[in-house]
Design a protein around this ligand. Structure first.
Ligand code: UDP
Length: 310
């Protein structure tokens, strides 16, 4: 049955891909975004789409978009340089903005999904990370504005589930990439792709031995949709469990772009997690989901987008 769906952070990387999937399934989407890190270019192709409406608004101010069946709360600065610049905004959108959005789900009896993050695990002492691991987070370091906002949002979401009976879902998103990942938002894949295509040196922070596990956006959106329609209320990891060092990631980017760029080593940001890899057994079991696209395949699928931004 066709639904009316609210997506916050709708002009962002994930919000815009999610919107495309929902519209493709025949639903109507109301997208809201204050454009602090979102980009209207990500939704320009939806102009004239009768089942799509966009509202530029800050979700930290209470709002109402009328009756909806489902709510996806994707709004937040998400790349480290951006959330460090927008520190107070990041704390506010995770707390006040998330509460305002939960209120809408409560008001209309809508299903609610909050985009949480692997950052809830901090610099993890358990490897790989299962959902039962409570994490190793510095609550007062520079990254805390993001980590603690996201952890508070999880707590708030669980409270709306337990005390107000809202049908909530929490996805812990691991590093994700693909077309529309902002070319200058400072993330490793966008930095490396743009540097490789421009023939600049790839900036490896630290010794490049820290690891990440990269999920292609289409795989991630599929996992998020399945979770939003499930009966699972506790946090669920969605990500690709294949782990790469940052040096291996640089190598993959050089291969896919055919670039001859060299590497340059730069200082490691404070509290940069040394490793990160999701245990996705729960998503496999509960959602029958697992990622299908390898890093090299996904980088190839992203190539045209990054080339268009050079
Ligand atoms: N990184 C890097 N070079 C860059 C950008 C990032 O070596 O130009 C490293 C960063 O220090 C981290 C990893 O790549 O260890 C992933 O960083 P990103 O900002 O993409 O996301 P994070 O997982 O830290 O939130």
């Amino acid at each position: 049955m066709s639904q009316r769906v609210l997506v916050t952070g709708a002009a962002g990387f994930l919000g815009s891909h999610l919107t495309d999937r929902l519209l493709g399934e025949g639903h109507s989407v109301i997208g809201v975004d204050n454009l602090s890190t979102g980009d209207m270019g990500n939704i320009a192709h939806l102009k004239g789409e009768s089942r799509y409406a966009f509202e530029e608004r800050d979700i930290c101010v209470p709002f109402d978009v009328g009756k909806v069946d489902a709510v996806f709360n994707m709004a937040s600065p998400a790349s480290p340089p951006e959330y460090l610049k927008l520190a107070l905004e990041t704390l506010r959108v995770g707390s006040v903005g998330t509460e305002n959005t939960l209120e809408i789900a409560h008001r209309y009896g809508a299903a609610f999904l909050h985009a949480s993050t692997s950052e809830c695990y901090g610099d993890p002492l358990e490897h790989p990370q299962t959902e039962n691991y409570w994490g190793n987070v510095n609550p007062v370091g520079p990254r805390s504005v993001y980590d603690e906002a996201k952890r508070y949002a999880e707590s708030l979401t669980m409270a709306y589930n337990r005390y107000k009976g809202v049908n909530t879902h929490l996805v812990r998103i691991f590093n994700t990439y693909g077309p529309r990942l902002h070319p200058s938002d400072g993330r490793v894949i966008s930095n490396f792709m743009m540097q490789a295509l421009r023939g600049e040196r790839l900036t490896v922070y630290g010794d490049g031995q820290q690891t990440r596990s990269f999920c292609f956006v289409a795989d991630l959106i599929e996992g998020i949709l399945r979770l939003s329609r499930s009966d699972e209320h506790m946090p669920t990891n969605i990500g690709n469990p294949v782990e790469f060092t940052i040096l291996e990631c640089a190598q993959a980017v050089l291969e896919v772009t055919g670039s001859k760029s060299e590497l340059v080593f730069e200082p490691l940001p404070q509290d940069d997690p040394t490793r990160r890899k999701p245990d996705i057994s729960k998503a496999k079991r509960v959602l029958d989901w697992e990622p299908k696209i390898s890093l090299r395949e996904g980088l190839k699928l992203s190539l045209d987008f990054f080339k268009s931004k050079v």
